[in-house]
Ligand binder design. Structure first.
Ligand code: GDP
Ligand code: MG
Length: 596
């Protein structure tokens, strides 16, 4: 069958609007997956994804569907990740499609990621089918949401489909619309091979599995391919399509989506966005749009037990095979011992990596507070990149920090509270507009450092969960920033250093020493805790020594209580590091994040 019988589409939505649930229904309805084999969110393969109910890696599935015209169509579904950290992957998966389903929760309406995803779809000139989902909910207002999509996005919603992914309502209409309204891929089978990589995944037996869309030409098993960006060459061992389980094929043609295996060692060798061509007949030009993903957030990871360092190194190596966005290098500190400085796309990415290290590799880690990447000019005129606050030299000029354009969408009642939040976080007002009578969009320029702390949590709590946000990095700006050092027992605790705006330094310094006083357990001796800028102490507290009678009381006759206490201590011990002869618990390393 030629391209006329192929449809490539993605599903885009704000998180939780029902993308994965709808994908499940499409798989069921087309008989791609039998209902007895169906687990909820079938495409969300990773345990973590299932537990958190989010889609981390996008996945694809080919479905066979007999349309009203009696013809059999191959529908290639590409599931996209819904979170901002993975925005680049969304963009690549859309570039592999001719159309998309835009899911909007009919009880909620247009949210920040709905808009961001629609912009990406429009940039890629996709046909958009609007699906108003969750119409089974008593609070669903499909008519209001239909008007909202028309007014806010400017999409014609006269043929929007009303659906409930949960109750399998509207699924036939959606399948019919995919065939009728999404254009088939262009017939480029006669050209030199060009295929766009939109995902890759490491398999311990076959090497990297590369997911791609053939744009031009054809690819056969046994051919030697060349990756136009990385310039690497590989012989193709296996070609296939996911349905959603892998099914081997001999060849893939322009318009088709599939995977290949070619003994590629790490996903970094076959990056998302690269173009595959043939070594013997290379295409003249790579496909457009290849972005190096840059880690935006860094933190230190240290094993609580020093002898687990080699295990941590091995675990990171394994994770990186499958995660080209993860970067790390060894970090040694007198306080923390041997560990790694790791870079991530964002906070969610960071949390996922940390959780996998602890869960899949049974590592107990001390994690230092995340920091953004600063830039400055050193005294000898050199350009420095600072991803660890304690490495900021005392003498430098022109300290710059990354900025984002932040877009919030909120019911109008919370506009005041969110404007206040953005202003407190050094936000610079850009724009405010009414999306509808009830909802407002707020745009700010804001330092990324202010967003990666607890901004999202604050946004949610100040809006009772109703506001959503989306941001993208726009560039660097010089600000009056200083390094805030923390001294424990008169020793600088390097992992607790942070970079803050000078105007906030006193407040943060005071808050931090207070917090540390609460978090660090008392010892036999008095412990001074200070915050300092350079040699100037700006805040200080002290933890008084534990008195003998307190100890005596604790270790008194009550056996069960004593046991409990010992158990608690043993558990607490796991996540401690000694700094300035003082045991510092894990929470202390994150304290700086909670000082608003
Ligand atoms: P995703 O984040 O867009 O992939 O959303 P999910 O498919 O994971 O769905 C988020 C939540 O909404 C889950 O608890 C689903 O069970 C629920 N959900 C999805 N579709 C519907 C629907 O049509 N009706 C109702 N009532 N709940 C739905
Ligand atoms: Mg999902």
């Amino acid at each position: 069958a030629g391209p006329n019988y192929i449809r490539n589409f993605a599903i885009i939505a704000h998180i939780d609007h029902g993308k994965s649930t709808l994908a499940d229904q499409l798989l069921l309805k087309t008989g791609t997956v039998e209902s007895r084999d169906m687990q909820a969110q079938f495409l969300d393969g990773m345990d973590l994804e299932r537990e958190r109910g989010i889609t981390i890696k996008l996945n694809q599935a080919r479905m066979r569907y007999t349309a009203a015209d009696g013809c059999v169509y191959a529908l290639n579904l590409i599931d996209t990740p819904g979170h901002i950290d993975f925005g680049y992957e969304v963009s690549r998966s859309l570039a592999a499609c001719e159309g998309c389903l835009l899911i909007v929760d009919a009880s909620q309406g247009v949210e920040a990621q709905t808009l961001a995803n629609v912009y990406l779809a429009l940039e890629n000139e996709l046909e958009i089918i609007v699906v108003l989902n969750k119409i089974d909910l008593p609070g669903a207002e499909p008519e209001r949401v239909r008007r909202e999509v028309e007014e806010v996005i400017g999409l014609d919603c006269s043929n929007a489909i009303l659906a409930s992914a949960k109750q399998a309502i509207g699924i036939d209409e959606i399948l019919a619309a995919i065939v009728e309204r999404i254009p088939p891929p262009a017939d480029n089978r006669g050209k030199d091979l060009r295929a766009l990589i939109f995902d890759s995944y490491y398999d311990p037996y076959k090497g990297v599995i590369v997911y791609f869309r053939v744009i031009d030409g054809e690819l056969r098993v046994g051919e030697t391919v060349k990756l136009m960006r990385s310039r690497k060459e590989y012989q193709v061992d296996e070609l296939g399509v996911l349905s959603p389980k892998p099914v081997k094929v001999e060849a893939l043609y322009a318009g088709e989506v599939g995977y290949l295996a070619a003994s590629i060692k790490a996903v970094a060798d076959a990056r998302v966005g690269d173009t595959i061509t043939l070594k013997r007949a290379p295409a003249a030009e790579a496909l457009g749009g290849y972005a190096e993903v840059q880690p935006m957030v860094f933190c230190g990871l240290f094993p609580t037990e020093a002898d687990r360092f080699p295990d941590l190194r091995e675990a990171l190596g394994k994770l990186q095979l499958n995660d080209a966005a993860l970067v790390y290098e060894p970090e040694v500190s007198s306080a923390m011992g041997f560990g790694f400085r790791c870079g991530f796309l964002g906070l969610l990415h960071m949390e996922i990596v940390q959780e996998r290290l602890e869960r899949e590799y049974s590592l107990d880690l001390i994690i230092t507070a995340p920091t953004v990447v600063y830039r400055c000019t050193s005294t000898d005129g050199g350009e420095l990149t600072i991803d660890n606050p304690c490495e900021l030299p005392d003498h430098h000029t022109d300290l710059r920090e990354p900025y984002v354009r932040l877009e919030m969408i909120t019911p109008k009642d919370f506009v005041g509270a969110l404007m206040e939040l953005a202003q407190q976080r050094r936000g610079e007002f850009v724009d405010m507009a009414f999306l509808t009578e009830a909802r407002t969009t707020l745009v700010y320029n804001l330092p990324l450092a202010e967003v990666v702390t607890d901004f999202f949590d604050e946004l949610k709590s100040r809006s009772k969960g109703y506001a959503s946000m989306e941001y993208s990095v726009t560039g660097y700006r010089a600000n009056d920033l200083v390094r805030l050092d923390i001294k424990i027992n008169n020793e600088v605790a390097e992992p607790l250093a942070s970079i803050v705006h000078r105007d906030a330094a006193y407040r943060v310094g005071r808050g931090l020493v207070k917090k540390l006083k609460e978090l660090i357990p008392r010892q036999q001796f008095r412990i001074p805790i200070q915050a300092a800028i350079g040699s100037r102490v700006i805040a200080s507290e002290a933890i008084s020594a534990l008195r003998k009678d307190v100890l005596a009381k604790c270790y008194g006759g009550d056996v069960s209580r004593k046991k409990k206490l010992l158990k608690k201590q043993a558990k607490g011990k796991k996540r401690m590091k000694t700094m300035g002869s003082v045991e510092v618990p894990q929470e202390a390393f994150m304290a700086v994040l909670n000082i608003g």
